[in-house]
Design a protein around this ligand. Structure first.
Ligand code: AN0
Ligand code: CP
Length: 315
């Protein structure tokens, strides 16, 4: 693998899931040779708990050096070609990406969308500009429109709890007080289309995902109907794509409660975290044995290990 920005960068997504599961069961300390002497530089333009710690843990397990940079607090970067830099932007992406490439064998980038400029966000502008000007391979630690490491960990978790029959997986929108990116939902459906599952998406009208992600999806606007017989309920808030970045609905009846879970086939609850308790999901569900949220977070490390291993082997 030359970069990891979406499922489309992965020749065989199922094999990557299997690699993560295999790495999970490898003896501690047995993997240090894979990334020995290699350095990953991780840039965070936005906050992170899981991605930051799990990717660092993964890199350390593979014997890599890890450098982290809170890019949101560093020199403000100019991303536009030909800019006259007489404002508050101190450094151009051309130099920044080239310089970071001197120190890094792999570059990781977390960058959230503006949720204001839809075309710019959906061109994945910041991530693409890094890829264009860096000479080291780039991995997404969640970009404006995708969160592939999360989706890979979600798929790994799903395999660990896969029932004997082909599972029904429901992605449900849930309310949230702030406008959030579509990235987790976009990525989840993109990866689940490659998995052997029946995928149903439910959300209020106006929350349709961008065409490139929603095409071919089964959409059910009635949440109770969608949840009927579900083996996995994946909850996530996102802001509207159509009315870009807007909150159109705060209807608390979309929250996942024990009553909602009662429609499912003894379903498991999933969420990428961080989660707003008693807004997205009721305590009684998140604290129940049906919740896989902590297992998903655990699997973030093995997802990152599988990706870093694959990229290290191609360096
Ligand atoms: C972010 C999002 O929804 O994309 C990160 C999730 C992993 N969530 C928040 O900002 C709460
Ligand atoms: N799920 C996830 O990516 O969490 P962080 O934003 O804490 O990294």
């Amino acid at each position: 693998m030359k970069q990891f920005t979406s499922v489309h960068d992965v020749a065989n997504p199922k094999a990557l899931v299997e690699s993560a599961l295999k790495l999970k069961h490898a003896p501690v300390g047995s993997l240090k040779g894979i990334g020995a002497g290699k350095t990953i530089v991780m840039l965070f333009f936005n906050p992170s708990l899981r991605t930051r710690l799990s990717t660092e843990k993964a890199a350390l397990e593979l014997g890599m050096y890890v450098i982290e940079y809170n890019a949101g607090q560093g020199w403000q970067l100019e991303f536009e070609d030909g800019a006259v830099m007489d404002g508050d932007k101190a450094e151009h992406i051309r130099e920044a990406a080239a310089v970071i490439s001197q120190y890094a064998d792999i570059i990781g980038i977390r960058t959230f969308p503006t949720l204001a400029a839809r075309e710019r966000d959906y061109s994945d502008f910041v991530l693409r500009q890094f890829i264009r000007h860096a000479t080291a391979p780039v991995i997404s630690l969640e970009s404006a429109i995708r969160h592939p490491l999360q989706s890979l960990a979600d798929w790994v978790t799903l395999e660990e709890y896969r029932p004997a029959h082909r599972p029904k997986v429901v992605l449900t929108w849930a309310p949230h007080p702030r406008a959030l990116p579509q990235a987790v939902a976009n990525s989840f459906v993109e990866w689940m289309k490659m998995a052997d599952v029946e995928l149903v998406v439910t959300h209020p009208k106006g929350y349709e995902l961008a065409n490139e992600f929603s095409s071919g999806l089964a959409i059910e606007y009635n949440q109770d109907k969608a949840l009927a017989g579900a083996d996995f309920v994946y909850a996530k808030n996102w802001s509207s794509y159509r009315e870009y970045g807007q909150i159109l609905n705060q209807d608390i009846s979309w929250m996942i409660t024990p009553e909602k879970m009662a429609h499912t086939n003894n379903g498991k609850f999933m969420h990428c975290l961080p989660v707003r308790r008693n807004v997205i999901v009721a305590d009684a569900v998140l604290d129940s044995p049906a919740s896989l949220a902590i297992q998903q977070a655990n699997n973030r490390a093995y997802a990152a290990m599988a990706v870093l291993k694959d990229i290290c082997e191609a360096l």
